[in-house]
Design a protein around this ligand. Sequence first.
Ligand code: FMN
Length: 356
Amino acid sequence: MAEDKLFSSFQLKNKEIKNRIGVAPMTRVSSPGDSIPREDVLEFLVRRAQKEVALVYTEAIVTDYESAQGYPKQSRLLTQRQIDAWRPVVKAIQDAGSVAVMQMFHCGRMAWPEINPAGRVIAPSPVTTKQDNALTGKPYTVPDEMSRFDIDHVVNGFAETAKGAVEAGFDGIEIHGAHGYLINQFLSGYSNRRTDEYGGSAENRFRFAREVIRAVKPVVPDDRLLLFRISNWGVADASVSLFESEEEWQQMIQLLDAEPLDAISVSTMNYADRVFGTDKNMAQLTRAVTDKPIILCGGIYDRKTADDALQDADLVLSGKSLLLNPDWVADIRDNKPLKPRTGAEADAAYTDEPLL
Ligand SMILES: Cc1cc2nc3c(=O)[nH]c(=O)nc-3n(C[C@H](O)[C@H](O)[C@H](O)COP(=O)(O)O)c2cc1C
């Protein structure tokens, strides 16, 4: 019988991932006041591990108190109280035999002043998205173009948050460079109009990401993972291709390939979509230029899509399906007929109702 790749283990650096399935990072906006998620939101992550999800991601954790936050009630990992709150959660995930990854981000121009304690909105360039902020119903604030001071401060926020994650015991740290948030804003000419060394060529647009990676790497011990998530789409102006061509995407992947990363996480709207006018999907274009492990997400909802996505990747993530169905891994193993879940259904993530 052919090997069942989906349920085979994968060696990611020194971590054995017991199957190829992970729960994608999902923001839950449940952390008022002290930036610590609600108890049931933390339990949700532990339950996913207990239900056979091999790789468990936190929601995206914001990296500072000044300008990073893009949604109300987001979490942080900077204070001792925050670190202490996550430690037992990480341990419970590990006790279930799974690997725990902390994802961190800065929202850049997707931030809004009202929810950031210092009230600032900063980005590579003073350009907003075309789309209004869905939460406020108003246009996004025109950001300040980031100064050298801002860049250093933000890079430091990533390093400090990574330190918090290391202290909390996380197996891995993911730098969120996807979905139209700050790092992605630097990478894409759609939002980066700078004429200094951070703008223009792909190498220049990559410079900020590299500074973040290089600042985070030294605080991550050798026995932990360092991952990077990238996408060609952003949550606002979602139909815009953030990179212009296959060549540009592959150039960014090659720049990532040269960095001390243990895997590249490719986020898509749908993993199977053929992109940039080619007959290849995003993972195939990525695989062509890197030997690093690839983690793939987007539109994986049943056994067939999971197996199919895994042909071009080493690990697959599910967002909405695992959000709404604690038994998803067992259902996949049983090859149950399953439907793709909608964004409207996933809004359950943002209510006070605990999710199973
Ligand atoms: C409620 C919700 C919150 C999300 N929050 C994050 C996040 O914090 N970080 C991130 O990288 N992606 C986030 N995403 C995107 C998912 O990680 C994933 O890429 C997306 O849902 C597509 O996968 P799916 O088709 O399996 O749902 C979120 C998605 C949902 C539905």
